[in-house]
Ligand binder design. Structure first.
Ligand code: HEM
Length: 370
């Protein structure tokens, strides 16, 4: 059966082999009542456990309830398999403190320093309405309807407690998170995810992905921080650049994915041998204090932009142990020097603390926080 275990030490949907489809949503919490927030998280966890097992969101189901009441599942996933659905939850900084610094739910003292506001990056003109959020939910599945069904039902359950701030659909994974997966391609046509952190690299995951006991705060041990960045790709301009130019911008061969000058995809890149402004050179750990990321992004095409161009790009998602030491230095380096920037426009930015896994029935995300 193609289902992923919901409970565990770490949340599913991080090192889980990246599924094909994404529906991501950021919520604002609209209640002031801590008890209502807790009970929502508990209801969400129960619904998520059922849906990841291929069942209806509620105990009764889409069509077995009384005719007089709205069903406790919306029904569009009836008959569909679990499709490796995972549901991953994170907390934004604004859940701890609002814009005026007010402690909204009595948890401000538990705000992780690693959840600090991200700095401004040169070149960024971000849309605040598409950025941030108090809570996020990442639903990944191999069937788009299964992912959408999950988000839709969590939003339905959350009515009156949370409201949708922004959301994003992704139609194709742009990363591998397991050595068993073939590397997919992004919308520039290049293999993406070759040098990613992978599920099998357990000691690297300890070093670069999972929050360790000494990192603090205690409620985040076994969790990870997620950075989301919606990046529009100006593909019409890219498509007019030569193959040689494209390869020199990325620093890898388009066909094989091998580093320029090498022959096989997994040959080690030598930053000194790559073009100075190439993406792979600038993102390489050796130029960023050893920093690595678990990238888990998705391609998107949100229709067209009214100017005759596709509204296409990469919804970048990266999990890590501490964004101050990982995403921030890498992004700073890319923002200043990456030749790919000519073809990119960042639209949104989000940072979320994803707590460790949910242990059993009745447990919920952040039970050690709230
Ligand atoms: C590697 C594309 C944005 C960090 C790569 C590779 C490609 C690529 C084709 C080489 C294959 C691989 O090793 O996975 C893109 C595109 C982007 C984008 C099209 C934007 C639309 C970013 C951002 C970051 C980032 C925002 C982080 C701030 C990395 C890292 C590597 C990488 C760490 C691996 C470098 C190495 O260790 O060799 N990217 N990327 N990328 N990218 Fe990106």
């Amino acid at each position: 059966d193609n289902s992923v275990a919901f409970a565990g030490e770490h949340q599913a949907g991080i090192v889980t082999p990246a599924q094909d489809r994404l529906h991501f949503v950021a919520f604002d919490v609209i209640t002031k009542d801590r008890a209502r927030l807790i009970s929502l998280l508990r209801d969400w966890a129960a619904a998520a456990a059922r849906m990841t097992a291929g069942r209806d969101a509620g105990e009764i189901g889409a069509v077995n309830g009384v005719p007089e009441a709205p069903p406790d599942d919306t029904g569009e996933a009836l008959g569909l398999p679990p499709a490796n659905l995972t549901i991953t939850v994170g907390f934004g900084r604004t859940l701890f403190r609002d814009a005026d610094g007010k402690d909204r739910f009595g948890i401000a003292a538990q705000l992780p320093p690693a959840l600090d506001e991200l700095p401004h990056f040169p070149g960024d003109v971000l849309d605040a309405a598409l950025s941030g959020g108090d809570l996020c939910v990442q639903a990944c599945a191999d069937d788009p309807q299964v992912a959408v069904h999950a988000i839709r039902n969590l939003a339905r359950i959350g009515m009156g407690v949370v409201s949708v701030r922004w959301s994003q659909l992704g139609f194709g994974r742009t990363s591998s998170t397991s050595t068993a997966q073939a590397t997919p391609r992004n919308l520039f046509g290049f293999k993406d995810g070759t040098a990613n952190l992978k599920l099998e690299e357990t000691s690297l995951l300890k070093e670069h992905l999972w929050v360790q006991p000494q990192d603090g705060p205690a409620w985040m041990t076994g969790g990870a921080y997620l950075v989301t960045r919606k990046i529009r790709m100006i593909i019409e301009t890219w498509d007019r650049s030569s193959l040689a130019e494209q390869e020199s911008i990325v620093g890898r061969h388009k066909g094989t994915g091998a580093p320029l000058g090498r022959t096989a995809e997994f040959d080690e890149p030598d930053p000194a041998a790559l073009p100075e402004g190439s993406h792979v050179r600038l993102a390489h750990p050796s130029l960023n204090g050893g920093a690595r990321l678990l990238r888990r992004g998705y391609n998107f095409v949100d229709g067209s932009d009214g100017l005759g161009r596709l509204d296409a790009g990469l919804f970048f998602m990266a999990y890590q142990r501490d964004p101050r030491k990982q995403f921030v230095p890498i992004q700073r380096n890319l923002a200043r020097h990456d030749e790919m920037n000519e073809y990119l426009k960042a639209v949104s930015l989000g940072l979320f603390a994803c707590p460790p896994g949910v242990s059993d029935a009745g447990d919920f995300w952040g039970s050690a926080l709230l």
